[in-house]
Design a binder for this molecule. Sequence first.
Ligand code: ATP
Length: 260
Amino acid sequence: MVSLEFVGVGVRYGRREILSGITTPPLRGGEVVAVIGPNAAGKSSLFRRIAGLTRGPGEVRVGSPTGRAPCYLPQDTAVNAVLTVHESVLLAKKQGGSWRVSDDELAAIDAVLRALAIEDLAFRSLGELSGGQRQLVSIAQTLAREPEIVLLDEPTSALDLHRQFEVLSLVRRLASERGLCVLISLHDLNQALQVADRVMVLAGGRLVALGPVAEVITPALLAEVYGIAARMERTASGAPYVVVEGSLKDAAAPRQSRAA
Ligand SMILES: Nc1ncnc2c1ncn2[C@@H]1O[C@H](COP(=O)(O)OP(=O)(O)OP(=O)(O)O)[C@@H](O)[C@H]1O
């Protein structure tokens, strides 16, 4: 069974402590966990810590039947303009493996491009893509590696509304159907409400809440963590969403300055 658990996890850059004392029950395969919090709260740093790209105290326990490491899609991805989309996804898939390419692997790449509705870009060079198209290719590269645990850092930040919805729906489906454990950092809390089962809230260098998304995202939490006045409404189908009413100005400042 795929799982991801944090025991006293922290992140430090030199002497600067960004996060500390993060302890959670196991996050499981099949689950989408949104990671939210203000700018500089440490969301990307936590992802880098999970991916082994930065250090800190504590232990990140990865449970993986195949021994596959978590697959991290960074917020900013470098682009090798010489490659085509298809080549770049193939390279990502073959990372660390043999250079022989099977028909099944080629079919898997086609399927990923189709799932993200970018098959028409397959033979375009990366250098001539728009920012949103490049973001979709980065997501394709990540999914082509067939991860069990996937860390998506603001994967929809450059996408139009329709593409945002499609990508989040795909992430949701992959978690449910293939048992992926997905951590996804998001600034749009309505996206978190749409896609996630649970939410981790980072602020002030700590984990301030972890729980079912609709229970954790409340006006009181938004006032405490973001310093905003907000209310919750429901769609016709009963799904909750956040309506921001205004700024509480000073409420978020003490927490943010502790995190910096
Ligand atoms: N490589 C680094 N070296 C030193 N400090 C860093 C490094 N990377 C990030 N930081 C600092 O760590 C803190 C957390 O940054 P991080 O990128 O993890 O936040 P975030 O929650 O992902 O922010 P955002 O929502 O703005 O993307 C910030 O104060 C940042 O300046």
